[in-house]
Design a protein around this ligand. Structure first.
Ligand code: SF4
Length: 292
């Protein structure tokens, strides 16, 4: 069926409430659990352009346009609150992050969303490159304790001493929030869309690994489209749009459950084109040693 006809048919089914009904049945009888990680991409941009990041080579109009210029747009506040409310109503008690392939602290609304998440009794975890926080001690103080766990990317160190100095600096800024670090220079994940993906040695055995990301994560991009996993910023699996359907309908859809159950088995990656070249799960690589 041509794509525009498919979309029209989908809209009719959504309007008729067919997906709502299927989700209710599958939620009750399929045994498929609620996600453990919810990511809401409150805005699209990032102030960095890292070679190991899947947004690096994007020219699709999702993160960058055809000329490589950044897409600058935000999810409206009412949509962000609505998604948090939906998760809360479903009894979700896991982790929320307010980014996808983006730097959420660039968004001035961050603190208000963080306070709302805390008020709802939910857990806010975050990843950041730290650049906004480095220039803003008052913001560090405001977020200390509001964010339960903060992973800070250290991207610029050249040796062990510089790495340790950066870590000590961040530990001194946060007393209540648990701080961890991601260290791409010596411990980098190979991700599709990055420049690094094409430059480092990949282990073919990784393509046989089961993948449980679709079981664990619901990832909502700034435009409402839902990604299957952290490698699917393009939302290539067409799971649905959280501005048009409830997240309950998308999560407990027949399509999503079927994909997740296929991928949890060894060899499942070969059933899907994007998964069949995904090395997620293989041992991380040392870029300093590989000379990338
Ligand atoms: S195997 Fe598929 S579902 Fe799993 S991370 Fe890779 S692209 Fe995503």
């Amino acid at each position: 069926m041509p794509n525009n006809l498919k979309k029209a048919a989908l809209k009719i089914l959504i309007r008729l409430g067919v997906y709502k009904l299927i989700a209710l049945i599958l939620k009750r009888y399929s045994g498929f659990p609620i996600w453990t990680n919810l990511e809401i991409d409150i805005q699209a941009s990032c102030n960095r352009d890292c070679e190991f990041c899947p947004r690096f080579l994007d020219r699709s109009g999702v993160r960058k346009d055809e000329h490589g210029k950044q897409i600058l747009t935000k999810m409206s506040s009412d949509k962000v609150y609505n998604l948090i409310d939906q998760a809360h109503k479903l009894g979700f008690k896991g982790k929320i992050k307010l980014h996808r392939l983006s730097e959420s602290l660039l968004d001035k609304r961050y603190v208000e969303f963080a306070e709302y998440i805390k008020l709802k009794g939910l857990r806010l975890l975050e990843n950041t490159n730290g650049d906004v926080l480095k220039k803003n001690d008052a913001l560090c103080a405001k977020l200390d304790g509001l964010i339960e766990h903060l992973t800070i990317g250290l991207y610029d160190y050249k040796n062990e001493r510089e790495k340790q100095e950066e870590m000590a600096y961040w530990r001194s800024k946060f007393k209540k929030t648990e701080v961890a670090f991601s260290l791409p220079p010596d411990n980098c994940t190979i991700r599709q869309g990055s420049k690094v993906y094409f430059e480092v040695l990949k282990n073919p055995q990784a393509l046989e690994l089961p993948c449980t990301q679709p079981y664990r994560m619901i990832l909502i991009r700034y435009d409402g489209n839902v990604s299957l996993c952290c490698e699917d910023d393009g939302c290539h699996f067409d799971l649905g749009n959280a501005f048009e359907q409830s997240i309950q309908e998308i999560w407990w859809s027949y399509k999503h459950i079927k994909i997740a159950r296929t991928l949890e088995k060894q060899g499942g990656r070969h059933k899907f084109e994007r998964c069949s070249r995904c090395y997620n799960g293989q041992k991380k690589v040392n870029l300093l040693e590989e000379g990338v």
